[in-house]
Design a protein around this ligand. Structure first.
Ligand SMILES: Cc1cc2nc3c(=O)[nH]c(=O)nc-3n(C[C@H](O)[C@H](O)[C@H](O)COP(=O)(O)OP(=O)(O)OC[C@H]3O[C@@H](n4cnc5c(N)ncnc54)[C@H](O)[C@@H]3O)c2cc1C
Length: 342
């Protein structure tokens, strides 16, 4: 099958013109945090307890690069079953769904440990130019036939399918990073006083806080819905558009919120005593790793356009003179009657 081909068999019927305004999505078509089931809430509570009891007291030592502490905490997460959360049971994993994975990523947003966790369950985002990525060149590589994953020649399809999973993990970690940036912004607004009042009392600061809260919630719900669709269809091809959408939204929302949080900290914000530079760089990386934003926008547009068709004639369907003429023709008998009654 062509790597770009998409299953179109179960696509909803096209919605003509402004028809979306009068059609309501069925309750089962949306997923909100209120829909989390008991198990998902329990996993969230378990990780929240871990953060309070184990992670937060060790945060300073982690930031000081005491790797033994990080190792101990990772081992503890392993005991809790969190490290193999999506890994099939046959390989010793918990085999839980994407929504549960999102719940865990959100809870583990404290400090750089979220990056450590991310690197363990997906692709980690390292913020330094000298980080651990390397150039690899394959030369005359021979792979034994029984070591092949999938069919010969299908590597691109497999890679794209797996990258879909990676992209949603980036998005989950971005939700965690957004919350961290937002927490810092709100704390600073309530702490810093200039010209006789707290920053939080200045309306332009309030606007930044409101905008950030709205954008984070919009993004978070989009990620949650996408995770839920992946769990529902268990087929990345059917959620390609949704995954591409969060991939495009991710760098922008992280950049905007991190920039506002940094700006609100003034000179302190742009110093290396605060983590904002790392967050801004992470936003840039998010817009490149696993495919640049432009490419994902192309994917979205192509998929969206499949649900539309060209206008039948010369004029657009909503061309007013054409519609008026059609209406006159259709209702001609009534119009003549009206004139007769005058
Ligand atoms: C931190 C990090 C981790 C990564 N991890 C992995 C990994 O684990 N495995 C892996 O295989 N790769 C990985 N990558 C590579 C990543 O997928 C590529 O860097 C990315 O796809 C962009 O490719 P490129 O660097 O060759 O840039 P190019 O393809 O040269 O693109 C450069 C720029 O050109 C523009 N552009 C490119 N294509 C288009 C287009 N079609 N339309 C309009 N504009 C376009 C965009 O602005 C883009 O940013 C990683 C990258 C980073 C930064």
């Amino acid at each position: 099958m062509d790597a770009n081909a998409v299953d179109t068999t179960e696509r909803a019927a096209p919605v003509a013109g402004g028809g979306f305004l009068i059609t309501n999505p069925a309750p089962g078509d949306v997923f909100t945090p209120e829909d989390l089931n008991e198990d998902q809430r329990l996993v969230g509570q378990t990780v929240r307890d871990f953060v309070q009891q184990d992670l937060l007291p060790s945060l300073d030592r982690i930031e000081e690069k005491e790797w033994a502490v990080t190792r101990t905490l990772l081992r503890r997460l392993g005991e809790l079953g969190v490290l193999g959360i999506e890994v099939p049971g046959a390989y010793g994993g918990a085999e839980l769904d994407k929504v549960t994975s999102l719940v865990v990523s959100e809870e583990l947003s404290a400090g750089s440990f979220s990056v450590t966790y991310g690197a363990h369950v997906g692709i980690g985002m390292e913020h330094r130019a000298d980080a651990s990525h390397a150039y690899i060149r394959y030369d005359d590589v021979r792979v034994p036939a029984d070591h092949l994953l999938g069919k010969e020649g299908s590597a691109f399809v497999i890679a794209q399918t797996r990258l879909g999973g990676g992209r949603i993990h980036h998005a989950m970690r971005t939700v965690a990073q957004l919350r961290k940036a937002f927490d810092m912004m709100c704390e600073r607004a309530l702490s810093r006083e200039t010209q006789g009042e707290k920053l939080a009392e200045k309306q332009m600061v309030q606007e930044r806080i409101a905008d950030s809260w709205i954008e984070i919630e919009q993004f978070r719900l989009l990620v949650l819905r996408t995770a839920w669709l992946i769990d529902k269809y268990k087929d990345y091809k059917r959620t390609r558009k949704d995954i591409a959408a969060i991939k495009v939204a991710m760098p922008k929302v992280l950049h905007d919120v991190a920039q506002r949080a940094m700006h609100l900290h003034g000179a302190l914000g742009v110093s290396d005593e605060m983590p904002f530079m790392g967050l801004l760089l992470a936003a840039e990386v998010m817009g490149i790793a696993d495919g640049p934003t432009e490419v994902h926008k192309i994917t979205i547009a192509r998929q969206v356009l499949r649900d539309y068709k060209p206008a039948d004639g010369l004029w657009p369907t909503e061309h007013l003179p054409t519609k008026r003429a059609a209406a006159r023709e259709r209702l001609a008998h009534l119009l003549e009657g009206e004139v007769g009654n005058l």
